[in-house]
Design a protein around this ligand. Structure first.
Ligand code: MN
Length: 253
């Protein structure tokens, strides 16, 4: 199987390198990733400027391509023919922070996999729950998990417009409790408006505050991670609120 690996932290990120090393054991890997960090860039389609692609070499000698576009641009370019061979699977990651609940549409990692789903390619987003211990990231468990999930997805396929969002505890594979297939949980953002002044006295703003937390409810992505399990959430690109159609139809139109 031909696997396209991309990432939202950039071509030099350790999560990408570990993912590529491991996925070589299950398929032929092509790498096309952004040339810089696009974390929390959301789902991007760059239309108003050219996209440049450069040949790169990863730290282990693997040939790769970098692009000055977003992660989702990388997947679109590959699907449009920049990668000549047919792509059987897109794997995006491994992000050093988890992507849970409402993170879905902010995440460069997840939206790269969404782009794969739009192109009809089975796609997986891989994130590590490094938030509690960002100075001691162990990508090996998440990379081994990516291999296992890639084989399953290749065997079973995924329906159109769907992808798998995977979050893995920051542990070696033999210390992970197992797998839970989950639903999106409730992310709790602790964002605060931070107002400062530039040297000319004009105000500027940051979205500041503490990192997000979440509700560790059973059967959710956050709950699975909190209990030491790999969380696998099937995601659907159809964002229609079907349960609201009838009620909205009764309004005065
Ligand atoms: Mn990232």
């Amino acid at each position: 199987m031909r696997i396209l690996v991309t990432n939202d932290d950039g071509i030099t990120s350790p999560g990408l390198l570990t993912l590529v090393k491991y996925l070589k054991s299950v398929g032929t890997v092509s790498v096309l990733a952004p040339d810089r960090n696009w974390s929390a860039s959301g789902h991007v389609k760059t239309l108003n400027r050219p996209l440049r692609v450069n040949a790169e070499t990863l730290a282990d000698g693997t040939p790769a391509l970098s692009c000055d576009g977003a992660p989702s641009d990388c997947v679109a370019l590959a699907a449009l023919g920049l990668i000549k061979e047919k792509i059987d699977l897109v794997v995006s990651g491994i992000n050093p922070y988890p992507n849970l609940g409402n993170d879905m549409t902010y995440s460069g990692t997840v939206t790269a996999a969404m782009e794969g789903a739009i192109w009809g390619i089975p796609s997986i987003a891989m994130s590590l729950d490094g938030s509690g211990n960002i100075n001691h990231l162990d990508f090996s468990g998440a990379a081994a998990t990516a291999c296992r999930i890639s084989k399953q997805v290749y065997e079973h396929g995924l329906p159109v417009k769907t992808l798998l969002n995977v979050n893995v505890p920051n542990l070696p594979i033999d210390q992970i409790q197992g797998f839970q297939v989950t639903r999106l949980g409730l992310r709790v953002y602790q964002d605060e408006l931070v107002r400062r002044e530039d040297p000319q006295g004009r105000p500027y703003y940051w979205i500041g505050g503490k990192p997000p937390t979440g509700i560790a409810e059973d059967s959710t992505d956050f709950g699975a991670l909190a209990a030491g399990y790999v969380s696998i959430t099937p995601i659907h690109m159809d964002m229609t609120a079907h349960h609201l159609r009838e009620a909205v139809s009764t309004w005065v139109w």
